[in-house]
Design a protein around this ligand. Sequence first.
Ligand code: GTP
Ligand code: MG
Ligand code: ZN
Length: 334
Amino acid sequence: MGIGQIFKIHSDFYYVNSENEIYECKIREVLKKQKQKILVGDFVEFNGGAIEKILPRKNFITRPSVSNIDRVIIISAVKEPELSFIQLNRYIAFAKYHKLDTVLCFNKNDLSNDDTTIEKVFSIYEPLGYDILFTSALEGYGVEEFKEILKGKTSVLCGASGVGKSSLINAVCPELNLKTKNVSEKTLRGTHTTRHCEIIPLDSDNTRIVDTPGFSNLKFDFLMPGEVDLLFDDIARYKSKCKFQNCLHLSETGCAVKENFDNIDETRYQSYCEFVNEALEYKEKVKYQGVKSESFHKYHNEKTAVKISSRKRQGARNTLKQNIYKDMENERID
Ligand SMILES: Nc1nc2c(ncn2[C@@H]2O[C@H](COP(=O)(O)OP(=O)(O)OP(=O)(O)O)[C@@H](O)[C@H]2O)c(=O)[nH]1
Ligand SMILES: [Mg+2]
Ligand SMILES: [Zn+2]
């Protein structure tokens, strides 16, 4: 019996690091039957090449699927692909939903001479308390600062395909020589260059970085509309003054968010509205299935569970749970 940490998953093979020895394992049938999903980052008990148990997680994120991390570094490109503030707010809100410490990194800085983007980024995100970095993996600009924030932590890189996640890791540690591919080649083939999450140790002081496949189809279809403002500090700060407690800050009367519109960045509010609409669609879908769903994922028995009203039949509950698990499964690209 050994204990180790999953650092890579390739189809049915789970790669476990136990005291710096690598073990290629499969998963015990009983765990499969319990629908326990193993994530990169999980600590596990294994025996004779079979994983027997997942140990409790400190935290986890589902996009990308990684657990036991110290922070998320959201990578955007200032160009190629074009910077989208709405997309960035998606990643930020998602990391906040998972209560993870977050750093914002804007790469490919060599491609832009336009200071207005930099000013806009600082004016929106600095007051929200985010650490902000501008880098160029190609020219080495900001790479020392990037390296500095990685120190002693496990950081997961998260962002769309082609923003330069693997290139930044290569800039910090050229020996790794991770595969990268230019954006036009990617668009032609429609593929992600990095196909799997992998924990990469960078040095002996426990600095680890998780390279991940890019994704951009993240939707807020797993929480209730009234919970979305909790993911936006710059909007939530006014909600206690709204006339109605269940105000969604869309077009309700007496909405304090609307009254303070001048103090909220336009792209932040646009993002908020987009996510609320996705959550409203989700709410409709749940209603259609005839069960009430409490959306914040409850963390039981090392797996994500969705709490559902006890008034409904067991059969209906199981169906909804299965559908939600299926949705989570479909969200994964690796
Ligand atoms: N000009 C410029 N190009 C960069 C920079 N960083 C990365 N690139 C290029 O952008 C392309 C995509 O980089 P990758 O590192 O493969 O991007 P990725 O985020 O890992 O992409 P996926 O693995 O598909 O998620 C490559 O052609 C890189 O050479 C940069 O700072 N400046
Ligand atoms: Mg990559
Ligand atoms: Zn309101």
